[in-house]
Design a protein around this ligand. Structure first.
Ligand SMILES: [Cu+2]
Length: 170
């Protein structure tokens, strides 16, 4: 019994720091005077990186949501660059297709209701905030004008209507 307690304590000590970080992004509309706002919370979990995105004052319907390469929302979101795509894989839906067949931040679509609010929750295996092979801190989350149809090369989701950069909170 005592050994089990010691093992549990050691386990907590080792796993503690890796789970202490949380990523946050504040999404803002890219157009002048755009009312779109939102938040993204990225939390390391045992089975991957849990990502929760909530938007409000957004146009109702399906909108592609992706992690783009660079952590800047300047120039109407264009400074975020293309999709984060370290392995030069095709575009897809990472929670369905996996890292080898989609970009690590291909989160699919967020469904915005008639009241302008939408929520997307996804846990992406193999993704991390910092370190690891695929990391998303200091990159950007982009909300697109149109639905992601998972076509190539970036899902035909149109313009960038909101953007937020991912920062680590300790
Ligand atoms: Cu995109």
């Amino acid at each position: 019994m005592r050994m089990a307690w010691i093992a549990a304590l050691i386990g907590l000590t080792i796993s503690g720091p890796a789970f202490a970080e949380t990523g946050k992004a504040a999404l803002k509309g890219t157009a002048e005077g755009s009312p779109i706002a939102g938040t993204a919370t990225l939390t390391p979990a045992n089975d991957g990186l849990k990502i929760v995105v909530e938007v409000n004052h957004a146009p109702p319907g399906q909108h592609g949501l992706h992690i783009h390469d660079k952590g800047s929302c300047a120039d109407g979101g264009n400074a975020a660059g293309g999709h984060y795509n370290p392995n030069a894989t095709p575009h897809g839906l990472v929670t369905r297709d996996g890292m080898g067949k989609a970009h690590p931040g291909d989160l699919g679509n967020i469904d915005v209701k008639a009241d302008g609010t939408g929520r997307l929750e996804a846990t992406v295996p193999g993704l991390s905030l910092t370190g690891g092979k695929y990391n998303v801190a200091d990159r950007a989350i982009i909300l697109h004008e149109k639905a992601d149809d998972f076509g190539q090369p970036t899902g035909n989701a149109g313009g960038r209507i909101a953007c937020g950069t991912i920062a680590v909170e300790k």
